[in-house]
Write a protein that binds this ligand. Sequence first.
Ligand code: NAP
Length: 482
Amino acid sequence: MPIGPVRPVRPVRPVIPVKPTAPVAPTVPIVPVKSMVPITVSFSEIDDAIREAHLAQKEWMRVPMIKRTKVLHLAADWMREHEHYLTTLLIKEIGKSQEEAKDEILRSADMIDYFANEALNLKGEELSGEAFPGYDQTKMAIIERVPVGVIVAIAPFNYPVNLSVAKLAPAIVTGNAVLFKPPTWGSISSLHLTEIFHRAGVPDGILNTVTGSGSTIGDYIVTHKGVDMVTFTGSSAVGQLIATKTGMIPLLFECGGNNPAIVLPDCDMEATSMEIVKGAFSYSGQRCTAIKYVLGFEQTIDKLIPMVVKKTKEHFKIGDPRIPENNMGPVISEEAAEEIEKRIIMAKVNGAKIVMGGKRAGLYIEPTILDNVRPSMEVVRIETFGPVVSFFRFKSVEEMVIMINQSTYGLQASIFTNDEGAGIALSKKIEVGSVQINSKPQRGPDHFPFLGIKGSGVGVQGIRYTLEAMTRPKPIVLNKPH
Ligand code: NAP
């Protein structure tokens, strides 16, 4: 049975069963329904939430860190306890496969624990003036790390639990209050997450969830005078829009990725082709870290494409993700499916060759492999958030680097080679946040720094990095008598 209609009202209290439930047996194909879209809060409710957040935050920052971390650990335990239920919800709400949904829930619980543990290591410092010419020991600074205040957290549909946790856990543990706007698709899962935090002991006013479409309430939230920081994950277009409006407050943005993979002739072709298949098509290509295009020499690409086709057929079974055998579900919406299909058709019209797939049935899009693509084609010039990967043939590695560096995106890139030294040397020439040698792009492990440059983001995430980003140093300078 699909969920719905569900119309949570504020204050939202989703029901979490005391015991985990087994996944509900699928009966009809999954189709996200509009009735699942939560209500839109009013602007005055947002004002109230921000006012309450400021009041509560002053108290919360005085709660000892060790007590705040205990709340987080409890939330992580609750997530594990309800893993089945939350997994089922994710499958039904955003069409993830069972494996992907379960992984998102468990990884989120681990992330909460890690944030709590690492928060205990967050330190200020003490500095003496004597290190700088003209000063001596009479001047010293006690530098504390203090919370920034009230943080707006906006999450995307593709990881409505994990990428919400990546914002809420560090903000809460460091003594901030949060105004959380979940994605419209994925809001039911996000709302269950916030309920878990509340039941684990996050006090009233610290985690304030406001639902509604980003296009309706987004502007009001990010331009609100009571907001001290915005942390956002979503498309580059929305990220750019928010960045132009917020004014002088800290921003922490993870935006679109349009990630390339360079395949050098000396690589392990079996392993590489499998990484490309998973990198391009997991969760129907709806991942910021998906591989969107592959670059190589003519002979390498000639050899690689049939291997990628074969492995795609072997590895992915497309269909209703509530049936455990299916590991590739629908894309998120009719609009998204139409846009992806349009880009494939336009690429074909303009001379690209569809090597595999290319067809759509409702929200389901076949894993699609394109050859003879030109960099100017929309399917590869801008992030196509679906199961589509394009192949490019080059005469030199330098030309590959030029194509990657000309992109307006800069999240990650992969290099496949058996020569690690050559891989590292090439990594230094590529203008992206991170380079993966012999792996598909990925976000984890979550304590590694994760960042996008150019249109792909602002600031650095990763457990310690996020904790630092959500606090600021506050020097208190002592001027002692001589
Ligand atoms: P999106 O359309 O940009 O939406 C992201 C979030 O922003 C949603 O909560 C959305 O609300 C909200 N929003 C929309 N318009 C807004 C506005 N004017 N002001 C404030 N908030 C607004 O992205 P998406 O389709 O959910 O997610 C896919 C995108 O996220 C892809 O581009 C993907 O690459 C990127 N992403 C990046 C990372 C990363 O780590 N770099 C990770 C995951 C996803 P509604 O849902 O109500 O519209």
